[in-house]
Ligand binder design. Structure first.
Ligand SMILES: [Zn+2]
Length: 492
């Protein structure tokens, strides 16, 4: 492959590019979904292609192809330079990149069992069995069932005119199931395991899917779905709110992950996804949360879906502070966006979901660092409150300030103990007030959770990201708004 990358970079320089990089990417993906006893989706994807970025006449050019041959690479390299020159002609100021140390290196996420060496039939068999047992638990009430598996691998080569040559292999796997209980005269109630939106995923091998023990969790999950149909509704009040990992991850994602993406802040993503209230003039000044809130963008956390050796600009993975002791202190950035606001280096946040797409600033693992508490201690320390789990719906404004979330399930907390189940729980707040009210976060149930459904960009890209968190407590939160937020199409 090295002869191909060298040929590409040589062509770009010869055509007048002051900078060029090439990514040659192979993607393998196996996606299986069983719904109500039938195979709903069985998608096995194999993609190989390349993308070339150039800077020419101060403008950025990009072009790619699925045909990886020397002739095609030469043709696309010339095209990428032409596009760079054309885009340079319309710019007021030439594009600038912050420096990066160009390296030759290789990186691989670890796994014990290669997800692609396990026969598809074996995976289908497990999912069908999960689906069958869910229905059998109570066929009169459990009406909708779904079980899912996904395995993914990317092999990437990155080379640049600055001298970088990096090879990487990223693997992740996971899955889960959900069921919906429908009882006459009540609202349908869904319950999922281990998390909503097709389960949970980890940058490990097939052993992670096995460790989820889906079959062993069928009964408890079905039982909770049925109990929800008979549960009392969420009260409308201001109360103490506890949120566990499978909801907290999406809270972090929407109210810290997206608003700290620097391309979004600078307006390049505004048309589709909105902007951000976390503007550069507030960096180092905005009290985003309480002193207990520490958020990082960490592309080095082991097993995270946002973990890699280097990003798609060849910047080495790192841990960057976004919020430290409640203060907004950092952004997720690229070489270009970091230069625009005068940062010294990129946060290593650039990724593309396909060789033919331009890398964007994407969330890595956006983690709420563990606090000092144990989950049970937080519950025992709460006189009156509600504990919510597992996201069901969300809605957040363009600037990421006002939000409303709904979860699958909640429990009342009375005098430090978990009490009745509550159905259709929702809460609403304003981002800095909400995080400003956090006074406890656990360490014993802190987990790095993963979702492969983060949507961004035009044309759209779907990226896999991680969120580390435990159970956190917030005060004076409005719960039980009657109109539930509407879930979108699966991208977050
Ligand atoms: Zn997202």
């Amino acid at each position: 492959m090295r002869d191909l990358t060298e040929k590409a970079l040589e062509t770009c320089s010869k055509e007048g590019a002051s900078y060029a990089d090439i990514r040659i990417v192979t993607i393998k993906d196996e996606d299986i979904s069983i719904k109500r006893g039938n195979i709903q989706a069985l998608n096995i994807t194999n993609i190989k292609g390349f993308g070339i970025r150039t800077i020419a006449n101060g403008g950025l050019g990009f072009a790619g192809s699925y045909l990886v041959t020397p002739e095609e690479i030469k043709r696309v390299a010339k095209l990428a330079v032409r596009i760079g020159k054309a885009s340079g002609a319309t710019r007021k100021k030439p594009i600038e990149f912050v420096d990066v140390k160009a390296v030759e290196d290789s990186y691989k996420t670890p796994f014990k069992k290669d997800p692609f060496s396990v026969p598809t039939e074996e995976k289908i068999e497990i999912l069908v069995e999960v689906d069958k047992r869910l229905k059998e638990y109570n066929p009169d009430v459990i009406k909708m069932t779904q079980s899912d598996y996904r395995g993914h691998r990317e092999e990437k080569i990155f080379a640049s005119t600055e001298g970088a040559y990096i090879t990487q292999q990223i693997t992740f796997a996971g899955g889960g199931f959900s069921c919906t209980a429908i009882s006459p005269g009540t609202q349908p109630q869904r319950r999922s395991f281990p998390g909503s939106f097709r389960g949970n995923f980890s940058a490990e091998g097939y052993e992670y899917f096995e460790s989820l023990n889906l079959l062993e969790n069928v009964e408890k999950t079905a039982k909770e779905a049925i109990a929800l149909t008979e549960a009392k509704a969420c009260p409308t009040e201001k109360t103490t709110l506890l949120i566990d990992g499978h909801q907290l991850m999406l809270q972090i994602h929407e109210s810290c992950g997206h608003p700290t993406e620097l391309d979004r802040v600078l307006g390049t993503e505004a048309a589709f996804a909105g902007t951000s209230f976390m503007t550069p003039d507030l960096l180092g000044k905005l009290q985003y949360g309480s002193e207990h809130v520490n958020m990082v963008a960490d592309s080095t956390s082991l097993t995270g879906l946002g973990t890699y050796g280097y990003d798609d600009e060849g910047v080495k993975a790192k841990k960057v502070d976004l919020v430290r002791e409640g203060l907004f202190v950092g952004y997720q950035s690229s070489r270009e966006t970091a230069a625009i606001i005068g940062l010294e280096e990129s946060s290593a946040g650039m990724r593309a979901d396909n060789p033919q797409k331009l890398p964007l600033v994407r969330m890595v693992n956006i983690n709420l660092e563990p606090g000092d508490w144990k989950r049970d201690e937080i519950i025992a320390d709460t006189k009156k409150g509600i504990l919510m789990s597992t996201n069901k719906s969300w809605s957040i404004d363009d600037k990421r300030l006002n939000f409303q979330f709904g979860t699958e399930i909640a429990w009342e907390i009375v005098n430090g103990e978990i009490s009745n189940i509550i159905r259709s729980p929702t809460y609403t707040a304003i981002t800095p007030e909400f995080w400003g009210s956090m006074d406890a976060h656990s360490k014993d149930d802190w987990k790095l959770l993963g979702t492969p459904n983060c949507g961004k960009g035009q044309p759209g890209q779907v990226m896999y990201v991680g969120h580390g968190c435990g159970t956190a407590r917030f005060h004076n939160v409005r719960v039980g708004i009657t109109k539930e937020a509407t879930a979108t199409d699966g991208v977050q």
